[in-house]
Design a protein around this ligand. Structure first.
Ligand code: ZN
Length: 786
């Protein structure tokens, strides 16, 4: 999965460039005028975190040897064969792909195995949807073969469109249109006197995570939920539809999981433990992540007659999509009958795990993963990223055959069962939790990869490392590095007023300033939606998620039959040039962490980012306080009643409690100390580097051990309020955003949810974690000093 709603970002000096031939450009010939000019190569003498000047030269030479083994033709061959049949959990081709990779990893010199888990994965047995009033319509619920896309005719082993982990049910009732189905949408309906109790809702994709839509519908009393793809989001409103263009055709459907991953990811029956054959399991009734009502994803061809027949008030302007109808809210007179029955048996999933032992520090592990299961063919999501990871493994294998060996241990993993709920990665991380917490120094994730800009998210102690790596990777379409291109884009976005990727104009401007000044890249905070979750948020392992995208047109086939090889080669990453860029980016980064003298972490950037998060909390509380006070005044003055059009009355919003002043002092103080400790470490690191990082081996390994444990200081065993599986106190998926991240979630979500005691308690808990982090960081600084 992985929705592209994150914020990519940039900064810092680009280095000097000189011309060399650029073979990658050929793949995209004709797109940009300077394709015919030579590509440029980065400065050999630019500083490299964790390496002295001589070692950096050797490392860049190693990276060139690594690059020489990467082949777009090979990526293409793997992508085509691995996406040639449906790859969902439990399908024969998904297992065959795992076995294919197992063999390749072994051929390439890795110690590879398959680790299997037995997980709950319901599949549809019977699905039907009809409108029974005011007219009759039987929903097609099928994605037809598309001319020119041979793959879309090879789907006999696939499943029909469905939302995994929705409940079985046979329900009939009036329909209500609830826009995105988010909390504010229900508040608007309430003000119009429209209830969804005992009714079915129809909701459009977008505006929040898929799984929250039926969950919130259930909490508001609905008995069933239909989720449709409005053409405004990813159909003809965006561009020509497939096969003429890339966008979602009328019958295209977005499948997807509705398991409540904001509580925990992985197998719904085995939270906190690996889903091995003999693991104790919850009953279906006990599994809190399973949905309680039936839910079905449908196409806009099937949604249109249902929506067109709705009566009631016309939908507010912001609720209207791009269908050629007037959008009404209901309830009724549209009545629908929805029937879903599933096979609730467990299925086997296959994680491919390949290991290469480190020569000097075998107990320090770098874990690298991408999933291999798809919803149907999965060419874009996930195989485009998976084949890049395979290319890295092959090139690393070739280095080993040439006599090189990583200092630290590498573990490459191709996960199964990501689509239903990050299952393969979560079950593996839970099974090996203790070893991972003792040994893993980094987890690097990727998922779908496509043409465009570097999109980097993760632990903020890794910003300098990512920036340095990005400065040394050629952009396939322009003469500079992928870093230079990203910075240019952020600066232009600042001038033009944002490109929709940042959360706010203030953020866009901050990113533009950072890019202009040459500061380190700002990593996006990670929420959920791909396999990093268990590593970062459950185990507290420093994590990165790296991909390219933003110039592709994959959104219209996301999780549908049409996410095919044919579509991807036209609209995802023609020539797979960005597949090569991805393999270089992640590969170089993995090699640098593997061979660095000291783990390449820096903390000044991180302290600045965290200070920004705390500042946001102050602003959030102040803004809520002012708004609640204003609302109170308006209600007192009966302003809403006086201002509304009496012929189309909209009632006043519900009253809100007053917002008290919170004591942020513990967090404010912790941030001041973090900023000081971070500067001290980075300064000590810099002097040690100038001295050639000549710490003795014992000192270095003691320092590494300290640094390896750092991220875990940011976790709490008790976890976040109401969701103890999520241990990280800085990054979590939002309870009401799903994939989108909430930073300092214990405090932020308590303020948003007006739970003031909880906010106060998590200010203290989070501050204490930051203080422990500072203790360890200061101990690390002491080890760096002579
Ligand atoms: Zn994916």
């Amino acid at each position: 999965m992985q929705a592209s709603d994150r914020v990519p970002t940039a900064h810092r000096t680009i280095g000097h460039w000189r011309a060399v031939p650029g073979p990658l450009l050929c793949a995209l010939a004709g797109i940009v005028a300077w394709q015919s000019t030579a590509a440029l190569e980065p400065d050999e003498s630019a500083p490299m975190l964790g390496f002295n000047a001589t070692a950096a030269l050797e490392q860049r030479a190693l990276e060139r040897r690594f690059d020489s083994d990467l082949s777009a033709a090979e990526l293409r061959e793997w992508l085509q064969s691995m996406s040639s049949a449906p790859n969902q959990v439990g399908s024969a081709h998904d297992e065959a792909n795992a076995r294919f990779m197992l063999q390749r990893f072994r051929d390439w010199g890795w110690d590879a195995n398959i680790e299997s888990f037995s997980v709950l994965y319901p599949t549809p047995k019977q699905v039907s949807l009809q409108m029974i009033a005011p007219t009759h319509y039987v929903a097609r619920l099928k994605e037809p073969v598309v001319p020119g896309d041979e793959s879309s005719g090879r789907l006999a082993a696939g499943l029909p469109p469905y939302n995994v982990y929705g409940a079985d049910g046979d329900v009939t009732g009036e329909l209500v249109y609830v826009n995105f189905g988010m909390p504010e949408d229900y508040r608007e309906l309430e003000r119009r006197g429209i209830s969804v109790t005992g009714k079915l809702v129809i909701v459009r994709y977008g505006g929040g995570w898929r799984g929250l839509k039926p969950k919130l519908a259930y909490e508001h009393g609905a008995i069933g939920c239909l989720i449709y793809s409005d053409p405004r989001a990813d159909g003809y409103f965006q561009g020509d539809v497939y096969p003429r263009g890339a966008w979602r055709p009328a019958d295209g459907v977005q499948r997807g999981s509705v398991a409540d991953i904001t509580l925990y990811s992985g197998d719904p029956l085995t939270p906190n433990i690996g889903a091995t054959a003999d693991a104790p399991r919850l009953s279906l009734a006990e599994a809190k992540t399973l949905l309680k009502i039936p839910v079905l994803p449908i196409s806009y061809a099937d949604a249109q007659p249902l929506l067109a027949a709705l009566g009631g008030p016309v939908a507010p302007e912001g609720w209207r999509g791009a269908l050629p109808i007037t959008y009404h809210l209901g309830a009724g007179p549209t009545r629908v009958h929805l029937h879903i029955e599933s096979d609730w048996s467990r299925k086997t999933i296959y994680d491919v795990i390949a290991k290469l032992n480190g020569s000097e520090l075998p107990d320090e592990w770098i874990v690298r993963g991408n999933h291999h299961d798809g919803w149907v063919l999965g060419a874009g999501d996930p195989l485009s990223g998976n084949v890049d990871m395979m290319a890295e493994a092959k090139a690393i294998g070739a280095l080993v055959k040439g006599g090189w060996r990583p200092r630290r241990t590498l573990i490459y993993a191709s996960w199964d069962g990501e689509e239903p709920g990050l299952i393969g990665s979560t079950e593996w991380a839970e099974t090996h939790a203790r070893e991972l917490q003792a040994h893993a120094v980094l987890y690097v994730n990727s998922d779908e990869n496509a043409r465009g800009f570097l999109d980097a998210g993760g632990s903020h102690s890794l910003e300098r490392l990512v920036t340095e790596v990005a400065a040394d990777v050629h952009d396939p379409q322009t003469p500079g590095s992928v870093l230079a291109r990203l910075r240019a884009r952020l600066r232009v976005a600042g001038y033009e007023g944002g490109d929709g990727r940042a959360q706010s104009n203030a953020e866009t401007q901050a990113l533009a300033r950072g890019a202009a000044s040459g500061a380190d890249l700002t990593l996006a905070a990670l929420g959920s939606g791909s396999d990093y979750s268990a590593f970062l948020q459950h185990l507290g392992i420093a994590t990165l998620d790296l991909s390219y995208g933003g110039e592709d047109e994959q959104a219209g086939v996301y999780h549908s039959d049409y996410d095919s090889y044919e579509h991807f080669m036209r609209f995802g990453d023609p020539g797979l040039a960005y597949g090569i860029a991805e393999a270089q980016t992640v590969g170089h980064l993995v090699l640098r962490v593997a061979d660095a003298g000291i783990l390449p972490l820096q903390f000044t950037d991180m302290a600045g980012v965290y200070a920004g998060y705390v500042h946001e909390l102050h602003e959030l509380a102040d803004e809520r306080r002012a708004r609640s006070a204003t609302l109170h005044e308006l209600l007192e003055a009966h302003a809403f009643e006086l201002a509304t059009d009496p012929t189309r009355a909209v009632g006043p919003p519900a009253a809100e409690s007053e917002v008290p002043f919170l004591d942020f002092a513990p967090l404010d103080n912790a941030i001041v100390r973090l900023e000081r400790s971070a500067k001290a470490y980075d300064a000590a690191y810099s002097s040690a580097s100038h001295g050639g990082l000549v710490l003795n081996a014992a000192r270095r390994s003691e320092l590494d051990a300290q640094l390896q444990q750092l991220e875990q200081a940011l976790t709490s065993e008790r976890g976040l309020p109401g969701r103890p599986w999520y241990h990280h106190l800085i990054y979590a998926p939002g309870m009401l955003t799903g994939y989108g991240a909430k930073t300092l979630p214990g405090v932020r979500e308590a303020i948003e949810g007006r739970r003031w005691d909880e906010a106060g308690a998590y200010i203290v808990t989070t501050a204490r974690a930051l203080e422990v982090y500072c203790d360890r960081l200061e101990a690390s600084t002491a080890l760096l000093r002579p």
